[in-house]
Write a protein that binds this ligand. Sequence first.
Ligand code: U2F
Length: 454
Amino acid sequence: PVMPSTVLHVAVLAFPFGSHAGPLLSLVRRIAAVAPNVTFFFFSTEKSNASIFSGMEKEDLGNIKPYNVYDGLSDNYVPSGHPLEPVNRFINATPGNYRVAMQKLVAENGKSFSCLITDALLWFGGEMAEEMNAKWVPLWTAGHHSLLVHVLTDVLRQKIGCNDVCEDQNIDFIPGLSAVKVADLPEGVVTGELDAPFSVMIHKMGLMLPRATAVAVNSFQGINPLIVDELKSRFQQLLNVGPFILTTQQPFLPDDHGCLEWLSKHRNASVAYISFGTVVTPPPQELTALADALEECEFPFLWSFRGNAEKLLPKGFLEKTRTKGKIVPWAPQLDILKHASVGVFVTHSGWNSILETIVGGVPMVCRPFFGDQNLNTRLIETVWEIGVGVDNGVFTKSAVLKALELTLSSEKGKLMRQKIAMFKESAMKAAKPNGNSQTNLKTLVELVTTENST
Ligand code: U2F
């Protein structure tokens, strides 16, 4: 084979919280596998790198090299217990922490970076790339609709006002968002602390993305055509390259607690699977309400439970539900959602969970908590009609029972299943050879493996 003559260095900048770094690594591995002339330097915090690269041997990594950046926590850091504290400290340490690590490598290698692939949140990647005459490819790890909201934050603030807002107002002045209400918007857009570190970062992201060489999104065209068009009109290039669970190689999911075997003992579409992602644990009274509903209803359940179930769930619950329920600390979620026995997914509406449930063909019961999750829930319920939010947005026993009944044993639930099957088909089509997401991946590979001409 003819070896390409130039060797390129690409810097990858990950955001080290929630499910951000993992999907970015999936994308980079997909590109790296067909780009032997490129070395990918993957920058994230020690903790994040340890987690996403765990179990991978050097030979699995090939032309990807992990590097640690400072996490913003000093050696004598004592956690206050506030979940956002490490995130805020990290944000305050950017962009200097990445810059130091990157400059060190450039000096060692005597070679600068031709391209920066970053989590879209790391907007300063755009400025760095411009300084280096490099390309900038940000990856947005959530849905198109939340991306559009952040790109149009200034428009929203101007039209709706800030903080003193009408929560019930529909966003009917932006294409594709007419079903969305002001109350659905992520905090920090028009309500909440607009000058909090995360709000400022994501606002700057929205302003910076139009300068990117191409914006990559872990989604597919068919889920949101109107919003995709709107984004395309604002970006130099929009590349839908997902869902990654179909377009990239996924890490092996161990089934340490025998979830799949347990599922196979149940009827088709009868089991409720429950998980709130990697960040959220519902408050105690809602855990109790959910548990009470699960105990009373006729449906078996599988619950991926963050924290100490024995301590957090009502006394006697584990014994009483032993035959109909299974509680595990971590589950192979994608395989579970693809299993025929699962009939509904009780979720916080995180983006990865939504993509996984679409691929599994399972409707949702949504209890959103923060960020894009309210917005996602609105689209799930009103636009895509592939799930329901729990009444008033919080778990009560009656609200959970009603939602389970609706999704698992009503005509409406059947319709949801049909709708979700359509989205699944659209996702599968995009991920087929020559499908839209695959074509975009080719464009992305081309872009990353060549240098800026000027
Ligand atoms: C943040 O999302 P989260 O990490 O809280 O939630 P998801 O996007 O739904 O991703 C959770 C992932 O963890 C996996 C699951 C998903 O891939 O399959 N998982 C699992 O394998 N086993 C388990 O027992 C439990 C979970 C944020 F909070 C959201 O608002 C954003 O939408 C999201 C994307 O930016 O990031």
